[in-house]
Each structure stands twice: as C-alpha cells, then as structure tokens.
Design a protein around this ligand. Structure first.
Ligand SMILES: C[S@@+](CC[C@H](N)C(=O)[O-])C[C@H]1O[C@@H](n2cnc3c(N)ncnc32)[C@H](O)[C@@H]1O
Length: 184
C-alpha cells in the first residue's frame, strides 16, 4: 500500500487506526532491534496495519517461529496476506481475542509481543483487559513493546508489568515513543 493510500485509510477510519501515517523504517528497525527473538517460537503483532513492521519482524525472527499479526481492517489484512511467508498468520480479528487464536494453533505462551494498538482511542477497560491478557500469556521474561505518540498511557503498562522502559524515535511522523516491558 502506498503512503497516500494509507493516509486515505487513516482519514476514513481515524477512530480505529489512530493515525494517518504508518511507522517509518527507522521506528520499525528500532523496535525490532530491542527485541530478543533468537529462541522465540511464538511472536505476536497487534494492530499490524498493512504490514510495514510485520516484514521487519519476519526478517529478524527464527525460521521455525510463527508470527501472528492481528488487524481488524480488512483492506490491511488483504495486503498482509500477499506477504509470501509461511511463518506469518494474519488474524483478521480484534486483539481482544488473542488467546483464542494462538491456542487454536497449539501455542500456550508468547515470547514477544509488538503492539501499535491505538490505546488512546480505546475505552479504558478494553485497553486494560488487552494489556493484562498480554501479560498473562507472555512466557516468563517475555517482552512486550508498545508504540505511542505520547506518554499519556504509560501508567497502563506500569500498573500491569511494574516497570516501563522508554525509547524515543524522532525519525517518524509523528515522532514516536517505544515503551518496553518484560514479564518478571
Ligand atoms: C497506529 S496503526 C499501526 C499500523 C502499523 N503497525 C504501523 O506501525 O504503521 C494501528 C492499527 O491497529 C489496528 N487496530 C485498531 N484496533 C484494533 C483491535 N482491537 N485489534 C487489532 N487491530 C486493531 C488499526 O486498524 C490500525 O491498523
């Protein structure tokens, strides 16, 4: 999808997409570079959009791992389905149903979660429930990464994970924060 098409989709669905620009290659590289996927078997991306970060994750993850990319926008899912990689499972459903989908593929725990879900536009209880599910289903020492354009939601992760590490990427429109948490 071109930048212009993403912009149009963002304008049309601002309440669910939460932005009119997708993540830059600099932001994608930075967030993937922070992760430890060497021994990962199950990796999850929440709010995968048209797959801009998905391809960065696929390029860095082990050959025998599975990546579940959750996205509710069907146009974006159609684009991701064109990524020709047997390790990718595109899930056209809400991140709220995360556990059900990974269980259906035989996974009980997740090694790494990347999220670009626009929690600022979510009802508080839905955001809280998704992040809590992520925490519960992560394996011990598993990592959770979240992209935000402000630090308004920081306490959501601090309350559940107990700590949040913050990085900043200026080379993104708008400049973005990466909030990193780990379990335990
Ligand atoms: C800020 S965009 C990020 C897109 C892409 N990952 C990127 O970094 O450019 C957030 C994405 O989350 C998706 N989304 C919103 N609510 C969702 C939900 N409940 N479950 C899964 N995806 C959701 C939107 O459709 C949108 O594509």
């Amino acid at each position: 999808m071109s930048t212009i098409d993403f912009f149009k989709e963002g304008i049309k669905n601002l309440k669910t997409i939460g932005t009119i620009t997708r993540s830059s290659k600099f932001l994608c590289a930075k967030i993937v570079g922070l992760s430890q996927m060497k021994d990962a078997k199950c990796i999850v991306e929440l709010g995968a959009g048209d797959g801009v970060m998905t391809t960065h994750i696929l390029n860095s993850m082990p050959a025998d791992a599975t990546l579940f990319a959750f996205e509710i926008n069907s146009k974006f899912c159609d684009i991701m389905r064109q990524i020709n990689d047997p390790r990718l499972v595109v899930v056209e459903d809400s991140a709220e149903n995360l556990e059900k989908h990974i269980n259906a593929h035989g996974f009980k725990q997740i090694d790494v979660i990347f999220s670009a879900l626009p929690f600022v536009v979510f009802p508080d209880e839905v955001a809280q429930s998704i992040v809590q599910t992520c925490y519960d289903i992560l394996k011990p020492l598993g990592q959770y990464f979240q992209i935000h354009y402000s630090l308004l939601e920081k306490n959501l992760y601090k309350g559940i994970f107990g700590h949040v590490d913050i990085k900043f990427q200026l080379l993104n429109l708008p400049p973005a924060f990466i909030l990193s948490c780990s379990k335990g």
